[in-house]
Design a binder for this molecule. Structure first.
Ligand SMILES: Cc1ncc(COP(=O)(O)O)c(C=O)c1O
Length: 402
């Protein structure tokens, strides 16, 4: 490795580092050996399968999630996907058309927002604060937009005239978690306006506090026993962050009315489960407890990195800058510069590709706002590069303000 490579602190990308993926082959090797040498499994493994996925997988996953979330997850509420990106695409294309407007958090995951733009859906940003989406503003925008979208018809197969795309837990890019009150208010507004809340719950299981469970996912607030329950939330999840992106395996968790709508889509009706083979192997890894152990190892590794990042920012960040939240999970920390500083200028003119990198705030805004902010990621950077990387970055910020 060259000196430049070893010195380089990549705080920009959200890819897992080599150490995060280490051991994946061994886990899948053991699980595959058990499955592929069992002649009784061969037929069901390579035959068309249930659209929601192999029962062995949905049952093992339900047990795993119930234990990790500290909240009951039913296997009937789970459906296999090829990861959160495919899950989001499936939801956007099977339940909505280009006539349906989409509400997104201002700030959000760049590729998520791009999907809706590529599908020619109208994207409406809604402000975010430290407790989550500003629900009063969403309520106001929904009322306004419904009048403009009065030509949009809904029917039994497409009952929602709109959706809100959210990342409520360890948000990308800000690292915030929605408060319990905000979650309850959101559910009430979604029911009132008959929209679907689609949550990318991809970081939930990477929590770094001493508490046994992560903050409750939004879906847990959508109680089937409520008199006005209609099924307003989808939790779109993935093994990308807790195993490895190359697996291309994820799942959707949702309530029976929404599940019924999703199962009606062409891909699932025609082809059955979208990733049956991989799901069946992962079921065995879950059954053997191998993935639970892997995830715990990952949490310990990432927790240490997050602590290094927090400590380095507390030590080196100039006083005229602000850490938006000291994230307690996930990959990201959001940093705000003084109003007049541009993170793109800092990146290209001051740092000039050297030694340290971050994601400019403008990349996370659907409105090209937040020029004076940037996202730091702990996922890909070498642990011992975080401290010197933040130091160099903060020196560059100071030089810019001189
Ligand atoms: C919010 C969010 N959604 C989706 C993804 C992509 O997930 P997957 O690899 O499962 O498609 C990411 C990855 O960075 C993400 O941050």
């Amino acid at each position: 490795m060259s000196d430049k490579t070893t010195k380089f602190a990549n705080l920009r990308q959200g890819h897992p580092a080599k150490e995060c993926i280490q051991g994946a082959s061994e886990i899948l090797g053991i699980a595959s050996q058990n499955i592929l040498t069992n002649p009784d499994i061969e037929y069901s493994l390579f035959q068309y399968g249930f659209s929601r996925g192999p029962p062995e997988f949905t049952e093992e996953l339900a047990k795993f999630l119930t234990s990790e979330y500290g909240d009951k997850v039913s296997s009937e509420d789970l459906l296999v996907t090829c990861g959160a990106s495919q899950g989001l695409h499936l939801l956007a294309t099977s339940l909505f058309t280009k006539d349906n407007p989409v509400f997104v958090e201002e700030l959000s995951y760049y590729h998520g927002t791009q999907l809706f733009k590529q599908l020619n859906m109208k994207v409406i940003p809604v402000p975010l604060d430290k407790d989550g989406l500003v629900v009063t503003e969403l309520d106001r925008l929904l009322t306004k937009e419904r009048l403009q979208a009065s030509h949009v018809v809904t029917d039994d197969s497409r009952p929602y005239w709109s959706l809100a795309y959210l990342i409520p837990t360890f948000h990308n890019p800000t690292g915030i978690c929605y408060s319990a009150d905000r979650c309850k208010e959101l559910i009430a507004v979604a029911r009132k306006h008959k929209i679907l809340l689609v949550c990318d719950d991809v970081y939930n299981l990477l929590h770094y506090t001493d508490s046994q469970a992560p903050p409750q996912r939004l879906l847990a607030y959508d109680h089937v026993s409520d008199t006005d329950f209609c099924g307003s939330v989808v939790s779109n999840c993935t093994f990308t962050k807790i195993f490895g992106p190359g697996l291309r395996l994820g799942w959707i968790e949702t309530s029976p009315p929404v599940m019924k709508l999703i199962l009606n889509c062409f891909v699932l009706r025609s082809g059955g489960c979208v990733n049956q083979y991989t799901a069946r192997i992962m079921a065995e890894a879950l059954r053997l407890g191998l993935e639970t152990a892997n995830m715990r190892r990952l949490r310990t590794l990432l927790k240490r990195r997050m602590e290094h990042l927090h400590e380095a920012l507390k030590k080196f960040l100039p006083e005229n800058c602000e850490v938006y939240t000291y994230s307690k999970g996930g990959y990201f920390v959001w940093v705000m510069l003084p109003e007049n500083l541009d993170a793109e200028v800092l990146r290209t003119n001051v740092l000039n590709g050297s030694d340290v990198d971050f994601l400019e705030g403008i990349r996370c805004s659907s409105d090209e706002k937040c020029r004076n902010a940037f996202r730091l990621s702990i996922s890909v950077c070498q642990e011992d590069q975080i401290w010197p990387g933040v130091q160099r970055l903060c020196e560059a910020i100071k030089n810019m303000t001189k």
